[in-house]
Design a protein around this ligand. Structure first.
Ligand SMILES: [Zn+2]
Length: 599
């Protein structure tokens, strides 16, 4: 039984009271900004409506400052309410505060929704002049990020039609979630002793890591047979969502679905395609690892259900939270003593972290905070290697937030998703190197190597394969090729064969895996896992080789927050994602680890 929140010692809780001392204090601040009963809620923003396209740079500056200042205060209110809510989701007072601020934020979005289109309606000539004015200098990139959408913005009437269609266009994704998460049921599975177990999407991933091969095989077959039984429906749903992406890309005059998806982040489609071709060049490394894996497991044939089971019997590196935090702090020394001190204090003294599980606390882990708070971390810490790794990961995010907040004005403090997972994966890699260096125990070394190798396999190779499949789906729709279950299964088999090589034995059930992957509904999202791990690995490598200059560049990247576009940020950190070098650096590392494991 998990402890009640009240039984958790203060040092094990995050210091939410640093934002507001109590819920009453929060309520007072909420009242001040919510202006209940008023319409509009924020007349000081509404008063600028219609004046941006006619006004001067000073007017635009004043309007931005006014709106951003209110947004900043609302973000602080939101952070407190959401952290309190996650501490114990059973508390009505916190649930109500969380609901109130969420509603207020969507009202804020509505009341400021006119600003973007109005900025876009300013003539090019006038905008160019504005961007030169000293008053708007600090908003240069901020405004440019809005203005570059001009060629893809439609008339007010057309924009309204698109906005009206958005709810209806969500139906496909929702139907997919409902079918795969709620309605779809799977046959139960039996382990090697004949004990029957329930199979759900949640238990599936646990079973696949189980050393009982009979259990793994049954789980794999029964799960995919469940999807095969609805292959026509899944095929229609997938085509439906890709058609939605195609509709939006066409309506907004993009040359392809890929270009449309990458445009907001100013990422050239070549980054995507060169990721795939670089990974393809190194598939031999994956084939070699699979052969090592098969031999280490002493199997005649290797199957998809043999890829997730740990090669080394669970060699858990168990330690208390304090030890884990100290280890994370030790591992970041390549980033210098300033970074290390901030991290150590955050994790051990300043109470960034809500460490332990309690009754009705939100599960999992995250890093969260706002411009006016510390970069909090939610954990449900248990003494296992995976929890230690999660702590390093979330600490990487929190340090990124810390540096960005400390160095940037509010409007540049949010860093883009494309770079977010670089900072977290970077710290995981530092932890891994530190652990590997200090352990002399061969079983522990084997365990660590195996963890890392499978991490790269799952994050780089597998996500690149997904990215390739996703691109194919969009190209088919662009070319007017209708989807059939047969077509999708054939293509998926071809990719499985090419990526995993002859070392892997494929079942007919392997061909339907696409049907259960929710990420194919996210519109070119998965490739960021592959680019993220590549950038992080290449950067760690660089810091170990080049020391100080590489370290300073990385710290500057953290400090830049969201003040530049993602590829520019990473270039400053020291990696050029428009080349395949970072992918190859990670592949070199993969080869190195596999040969050490083989040894
Ligand atoms: Zn993360």
């Amino acid at each position: 039984m998990a402890k009640e929140r009240a039984e958790i010692a203060q040092e094990d809780r995050w210091d939410v009271e640093a934002i507001f001392p109590s819920l009453e204090a929060w309520e007072q601040e909420f009242k001040k900004w919510a202006r209940e009963g008023k319409s509009p809620r924020w007349p000081e923003i509404a008063s600028f409506r219609g004046k941006l396209c006619e006004g001067d740079a000073a007017t635009v500056h004043k309007a931005l400052e006014t709106a951003l200042n209110i947004e900043r205060h609302l973000a602080k209110l939101f952070t407190y309410a959401h952290l309190k809510h996650d501490e114990d989701i059973g508390l009505d007072a916190c649930k109500s505060a969380f609901g109130k601020i969420t509603t207020l934020l969507s009202l804020f979005d509505q009341e400021t929704s006119w600003m973007r289109p109005e900025i876009l309606s300013i003539s090019d000539e006038k905008l160019r002049a504005f961007l030169q004015e000293p008053a708007l200098k600090e908003y240069h990139v901020y405004l440019e990020k809005i203005v570059r959408f001009k060629p893809h913005t439609l008339s007010a009437h057309e924009e309204n039609l698109l906005a009206l269609s958005s709810k209806a266009l969500e139906a496909t994704h929702k139907a997919f979630s409902a079918l795969s998460n709620a309605d779809l049921k799977f046959l139960p599975v039996k382990d090697s002793r004949g004990v029957q177990k329930e199979l759900t999407q949640g238990t599936y991933s646990l079973y696949l890591r189980n050393s009982d091969r009979t259990l793994r095989k049954e789980a794999f077959l029964h799960l995919h047979q469940g999807f095969l039984a609805f292959e026509n429906t899944f095929c229609e749903l997938l085509e439906g969502v890709i058609q939605t992406h195609f509709f939006e890309a066409r309506a907004r005059k993009y040359s392809s679905c890929l270009e449309a998806a990458l445009f907001p982040h100013k990422i050239d489609p070549r980054v995507y395609t060169s990721l795939i071709s670089a990974v393809r060049q190194r598939l031999g490394s994956l084939h070699k690892y699979l052969s090592v894996r098969r031999k280490l497991l002493s199997y005649e044939t290797l199957h998809l259900y043999d890829l997730s089971v740990p090669l080394v019997p669970d060699q858990e590196i168990a330690m208390t939270y304090e030890k884990a935090a100290e280890l994370c702090a030790e591992s970041v020394i390549p980033l210098g003593s300033k970074y290390q001190t901030i991290l150590r204090q955050g994790l051990l003294q300043k109470r960034w972290v809500d460490r332990l599980e309690n009754a009705r606390k939100r599960s999992g882990a995250y890093s969260s905070g706002c411009y006016d708070s510390m970069p909090y971390i939610l954990l449900n810490y248990e003494e296992t290697f995976s929890h230690l790794n999660t702590l390093a990961h979330e600490a990487g995010h929190s340090m990124h937030t810390y540096f960005a907040n400390a160095s940037q004005p509010y409007h540049y403090s949010h860093y883009p998703i494309f770079v977010a997972e670089v900072a977290s994966t970077f710290n995981e890699e530092l932890l891994f190197r530190h652990l590997l260096e200090r352990t002399k125990n061969p079983a522990e070394r084997k365990f660590l190597l195996n963890q890392k190798i499978d991490g790269i396999r799952a994050t780089l190779f597998r996500q690149a394969m997904f990215a390739e499949f996703e691109l194919k789906l969009h190209e088919w729709v662009e070319q007017g090729i209708p989807f059939t279950p047969q077509l999708l299964k054939q293509e998926y088999r071809k990719l499985n064969r090419e990526y995993y090589g002859e070392e892997l034995t494929l079942e007919p059930e392997s061909d339907i895996e696409w049907a259960r992957i929710p990420h194919f509904y996210y519109n070119f999202y998965v490739f960021q896992y592959a680019t993220g791990i590549s950038a992080a690995n290449a950067l760690v490598e660089k810091i170990f080789k080049e020391k100080d200059s590489a370290r300073d560049a990385y710290l500057q990247f953290l400090s830049l927050g969201g003040s530049l576009y993602p590829l520019d940020l990473l270039r400053i950190a020291g990696v050029d994602m428009e080349t395949s070098a970072p992918v190859h650096a990670t592949m070199d590392r993969f080869d190195e680890l596999v040969s050490e494991l083989t040894k």
